[in-house]
Design a protein. Structure first.
Length: 367
């Protein structure tokens, strides 16, 4: 009798457990395919090279760009006669290998890799360059280095899920470099700290460093500026966006020959001008703010921005940033099956759960 009673009670529980496990497997199978990050075709647009505008200076800048499915990350090879510095590594293993090939072609010694802000898409590929060029120093402004190094386990876990075999892991540690100048063969490179730009899961004042190279009249704002693609606006506030816009306006008053954005499709690089990059970035932020203020949902914001910019790439930044701004944490996984399941749950419950998950995640990702 006892056995029958136990079986009677246990049977529904077993069925429920099997259902929950099956549901979990089904939802997990709806995520993004990591193989999509591995390019099968390559843009043959030549990488642009910029020469010094100061007489007698040996400096040059070569603008490397990863492919569309590697999120079009910009890396700047700033070269002297014998040495080269890389500003911003690519996001993935295979793009970093191609960048390493470009460095080898220069015949120069790679001395530094400089990280402008603590985001994995500009940091992780440095481990591949470190392997290819032993002795290179990985450096960043102290606050940037501290936040980036704190996030390494989280970055690596995210990269494995997002990029699979194309993940550049384990992430390298960046050393603290506490100076506002970096020298290359006696030529000065200025480092402007505490700038405002995209933050993602970070706090609104997450630090950025902007690089200015007087000999080239070149500005490297990284993710403070974009071109030919949607911008990451997630995590920003009205106050931080106001500072961001003021920075760009101040750059507009400079006599610049080139501005290298953090992300740009390689096919757009031939259209780049200093003024064009700055105008695109400022106008985009203004239009995004208008969409944000006039919309009640994330989908409404996204729809308006896609209508405003039908030809832009890098749409993942638009979706990610907007989901972050609306604290829709479950949508950051880009899993249609999960969204379908969540649609059956009470909206108030999902909203509170998303908010709690976001705050917990933000605490994990920051100092």
């Amino acid at each position: 009798m006892k056995t029958k009673t136990i079986l009677y009670i246990a049977s529904p529980l077993i069925v429920i457990a099997i259902f929950i496990m099956s549901l979990g497997v089904w939802i997990q199978g709806g995520g993004r395919n990591s193989e999509e990050s591995i390019p099968t075709t390559f843009d043959d647009t030549p990488f642009r090279v910029y020469e010094a505008v100061v007489p007698g200076s040996p400096l040059k800048l070569k603008h490397f760009i990863s492919e569309n499915n590697e999120i079009n990350v910009s890396s700047s090879l700033v070269m002297g006669e014998k040495e080269v510095i890389v500003f911003a590594a690519p996001a993935t293993k295979y793009s970093a290998e191609r960048l390493a090939d470009e460095i080898e072609k220069t015949g120069r010694k790679l001395t530094y890799i400089y990280l402008s802000h603590p985001h994995l898409d500009h940091a992780q590929g440095a481990v591949i360059l470190q392997q290819r060029f032993p002795g290179v120093k990985l450096i960043a402004e102290p606050k940037v280095a501290e936040i980036n190094n704190l996030r390494i386990p989280l970055h690596d876990d995210m990269a494995k899920k997002r990029y699979g075999d194309n993940a550049a892991i384990p992430s390298p540690i960046f050393e603290e470099y506490d100076s506002d100048v970096l020298m290359l063969e006696g030529r000065e490179i200025q480092l402007w700290h505490d700038q405002h730009g995209d933050v993602g899961i970070g706090y609104e004042d997450e630090p950025h460093t902007v690089v200015y190279i007087p000999d080239l009249k070149a500005l490297l704002p990284n993710d403070i500026c974009y071109f030919g693609g949607h911008m990451m606006m997630g995590g920003t506030t009205k106050q931080s966006r106001a500072k961001w816009k003021d920075q760009i306006r101040s750059y507009m008053n400079m006599d610049l020959n080139v501005v290298i954005p953090g992300h740009v499709p390689r096919s757009w690089s031939g259209k780049m001008t200093a003024k064009g990059v700055l105008n695109h970035s400022l106008t985009y932020i203004e239009n995004y703010e208008q969409a944000l203020e006039s919309s009640k949902t994330s989908d409404e914001v996204i729809k308006k921005m896609l209508a405003n910019y039908p030809d832009l790439g890098h749409t993942s930044a638009l979706y990610l940033g907007t989901y972050i701004n609306f604290r829709e944490t479950h949508r950051l996984l880009f899993n249609p099956r999960l969204e379908k399941f969540v649609s059956f749950l009470p909206k108030s419950f999902v909203k509170e759960l998303d908010k709690k998950m976001f705050e917990d995640k933000r605490k994990m990702w920051n100092l």
